[in-house]
Write a protein that binds this ligand. Sequence first.
Ligand code: FMN
Length: 285
Amino acid sequence: MQLNLRTLHAVSDPDLSIDIFGRRLALPVLGAAVAGTKVNFGGRLSEWEFVWAQVKGAAVAGTLALTGDGPLAEVYATGLAVIKEVGGAGIPIIKPRSLKEIRARIAQAEEAGALAVGIDVDAAGLVNMRLAGQPVGPLTPASLQELCAATRLPLVVKGIMTPDEALLAYEAGAAGIVVSNHGGRALDHTPGTAEVLPAIARAVKGKLLLLADGGVRSGVDVLKFLALGADAVLVGRPVVWAAFGGGVEGVAALYAKLAEELKVAMILIGCPSARGARPELIYQD
Ligand SMILES: Cc1cc2nc3c(=O)[nH]c(=O)nc-3n(C[C@H](O)[C@H](O)[C@H](O)COP(=O)(O)O)c2cc1C
């Protein structure tokens, strides 16, 4: 996918900011939920050290991060504790556990003052949860509706890949979705998120917050996702590299780099604001 280079215009200082659930973010890039340092990263950083870098680094850069959940209790608990420590600038994502377990974790997110709460529904087949005696599975639309109605927090459904499920999430009362295939970690042979995003945007853009993730690695990638219909994107694995390499400072530097690249790309295609990115920015043969 390529972008149309256009420089005969007056866009020299594009506006990168966006609003999410009443909070202004300096750039349309949030930290994806990435968690479980013992299982995923050999424990080289403690859960707290990693999540602190992930969430505080995002806050320093004027944005926020999602935090994860896993078979070890410390995973969800650490995300919440760090979100509380930074004044609520984060969105904890709960695995699609039993309704009772999800409800309990939503209540904890409310107590911690989180900006919103989410469920990564595409983790419905996660083997390590089942092996740990904490089964996960699909959520029925009726269950999702019940969960949305039972919390005062905006509820984000992460792991939507089709327009019909985007609409189902909206109709169930979700305040946002993340178009995501879990970084290719859930099911082999799904399309890329950039491929399904336009049709999902046609179905729900403007009805709820439309986030997307998967392979966003540069400011130009961010701009492509916005042009395809996302309101903002999530960045996952690059935050891991930045956190392990440079802690809070490293994560903040990653966002600063993405913001700078995005700004230059917006100038070079004549896009005045992150909120104003449109499909016409994409080159069609
Ligand atoms: C090691 C690792 C752990 C993850 N843990 C979670 C999690 O706990 N909850 C969740 O919703 N997504 C989790 N994800 C998925 C990410 O949030 C994201 O959807 C995915 O990595 C795609 O973004 P990326 O290509 O920028 O990494 C995890 C991804 C990785 C690589």
